[in-house]
Design a protein around this ligand. Structure first.
Ligand SMILES: [Zn+2]
Ligand SMILES: [Zn+2]
Length: 78
């Protein structure tokens, strides 16, 4: 099964600059879109967060990360 060529969350076409994922202070380079460990959608770096704080789940999209209560960027939301 080949990963799609565009992000399944924001529908943008994957480009090299979108394939750098942050894992803590490190940057993870990947040749293709990465898959959310929970909902299994492929997502670009914009939509996919790389967390190492939750055992067993390394790659989570924003939605799943929020549901798990993972700390995201301070967004000033409400
Ligand atoms: Zn995206
Ligand atoms: Zn997800």
């Amino acid at each position: 099964m080949e990963p799609p060529g565009n992000c399944q969350a924001c529908r943008r076409v994957a480009t090299e600059s979108m394939l750098r994922y942050h894992r803590g202070a490190d940057v993870v380079h990947h040749e293709s879109l990465l898959q959310c460990d929970i909902c299994e959608r492929f997502a670009c770096a914009e939509c996919l967060k790389v967390y190492d704080i939750i055992s067993g789940y390394d790659f989570l999209c924003h939605e799943c990360a929020r549901e798990l209560g993972a700390p995201g960027p301070p967004n000033g939301g409400h």
